[in-house]
Design a protein around this ligand. Structure first.
Ligand SMILES: C[S@@+](CC[C@H](N)C(=O)[O-])C[C@H]1O[C@@H](n2cnc3c(N)ncnc32)[C@H](O)[C@@H]1O
Length: 314
C-alpha cells in the first residue's frame, strides 16, 4: 500500500509542470476519500513501516557550492504555509500536505527554470498574464532563502545603512521589496510583478528612470534572463558617472574562479572599475561584486552568459 501511494505521488509530481497546480489540486481533492481510506488502512496496520514521505527530514542549509541549490524539504508534521494550501485543504492529512508541498516544489522549480531560460521581456509578458506564477515562485524562494546561512540581501542592506544612507538606489528585480522597506534611502524598486505600490512592474532591461539619475544599482540574485547583458546596459544608462553597481549572485552560476574573473572582465569592458571583488570569498554559495561606473563609452558583450541556477529536488 505504501508503495502504491508513493508511486502515485511521484507520478503526479512529475506531471505538475504540464497541468496547472489548481487543476491538479482539484483532481487530488476528487480522489481524496479514496486515498484517505488507503491511508487509514495503512495507519491501522502497525506492521507497516512509514514511507519516505512521512519521514521528518533535517532542513540543513546545504551550502555545497555545487551547480545546483536544493529546495528545502519540509517536515511531515509541519503545517503548510502557502495560502493556496491553507485556503483549500484545511482537512488534509499530513501525507496529503506533503503531496501538495511536492507539487508546489515542482511548480517553483519549473517557474525558476523559465526565468533563467527566457528573455526578460518574455518573462514580463508571461508574469503579467499570470501573476500567480510570481506568488508561487516567491513562496518557493522564501522557503529556500530561510535555510541559507546568510542572505546576500542582508549584507547589501547593512552596506547601504553604514556607507550610503543618502544615495538614490535602483533595486532591479526587488522581489518582495525588502530592501526599500529596510533602508532610509529613496529606493526605486522594479520587478516583473508589483507586490505593493512601492514596486514598479517592468522588465529590468527597460526601467522608467531618467538617464544618469541614480547613485547605486543593485542586482541581488536577479540577473536571471538570457539577455542578462541588457540589464547591465540599463544599469549603465541610469547610473551617474561614479555611481556604484552592486551584484550578488549564486556562485555556481559562474562555474569556477575563471568564470568569476570573466564576469569581472565583462563589467570592466562595459565601463566599470571593479572595486570590491568577492567580499564573500569565504561563502561557498554566493558571489558579490561592487564596481563604479567610469564611462558611458564601454562595450557590453551581448554574448556573455551566466549558467542558470537550478534548484535540486531533495
Ligand atoms: C531570486 S529573486 C531575488 C529577489 C530580491 N532581489 C531579493 O534578494 O530578495 C529574483 C527576482 O528578480 C526578478 N526578475 C527576474 N528577471 C526580471 C526581469 N527581467 N525584470 C524584472 N524582474 C526580474 C524575479 O521576478 C525575482 O523577483
Amino acid at each position: 500500500m505504501t508503495k502504491i501511494v508513493s508511486a502515485k505521488i511521484q507520478k503526479k509530481s512529475g506531471k505538475a509542470s504540464k497541468k496547472s497546480f489548481k487543476q491538479t489540486l482539484q483532481d487530488f481533492d476528487k480522489n481524496k476519500n479514496k486515498n484517505q481510506n488507503k491511508i487509514n488502512k495503512n495507519l491501522k496496520d502497525p506492521s507497516k513501516k512509514p514511507n519516505k514521505y512521512s519521514k521528518v527530514k533535517n532542513g540543513s542549509n546545504n551550502v555545497t557550492g555545487s551547480t545546483a541549490v536544493s529546495v528545502p524539504s519540509s517536515s511531515a508534521t509541519s503545517a503548510p504555509s502557502s495560502s493556496l494550501i491553507q485556503g483549500s485543504s484545511s482537512k488534509l492529512s499530513s501525507l496529503q500536505h506533503q503531496f501538495l508541498k511536492k507539487l508546489e516544489g515542482a511548480r517553483f522549480r519549473t517557474i525558476n527554470e523559465e526565468l533563467y531560460t527566457t528573455r526578460g521581456d518574455v518573462a514580463f509578458q508571461e508574469f503579467q498574464r499570470d501573476p500567480s506564477k510570481f506568488e508561487i515562485y516567491h513562496k518557493g524562494y522564501r522557503d529556500q532563502a530561510a535555510l541559507w546561512p546568510v542572505n546576500p540581501l542582508d549584507s547589501i542592506i547593512q552596506w547601504i545603512i553604514s556607507c550610503h544612507k543618502k544615495a538614490t538606489i535602483a533595486d532591479m528585480g526587488c522581489g518582495d521589496a525588502r530592501l526599500a522597506a529596510s533602508v532610509p534611502n529613496k529606493v526605486h524598486s522594479f520587478d516583473l510583478v508589483a507586490v505593493n505600490t512601492t514596486v514598479t512592474p517592468c522588465d529590468i532591461a527597460h526601467v522608467p528612470l531618467a538617464t544618469g539619475s541614480v547613485d547605486i544599482v543593485i542586482f541581488c540574485l536577479s540577473l536571471m534572463g538570457v539577455n542578462m547583458p541588457d540589464f547591465i546596459k540599463e544599469a549603465l544608462r541610469i547610473l551617474k558617472i561614479n555611481g556604484i553597481l552592486k551584484v550578488a549572485e549564486v556562485r555556481s552560476r559562474f562555474g569556477d574562479n575563471k568564470g568569476i574573473l570573466a564576469f569581472n572582465k565583462f563589467l570592466q569592458r562595459a565601463g566599470f572599475e571593479v572595486k570590491a571583488h568577492d567580499r564573500m570569498a569565504q561563502n561557498k554559495m554566493f558571489f558579490e561584486v561592487e564596481c563604479v561606473k567610469m564611462t558611458d563609452e564601454g562595450i557590453v558583450d551581448d554574448t556573455f552568459e551566466l549558467k542558470p541556477c537550478q534548484y535540486k529536488k531533495r
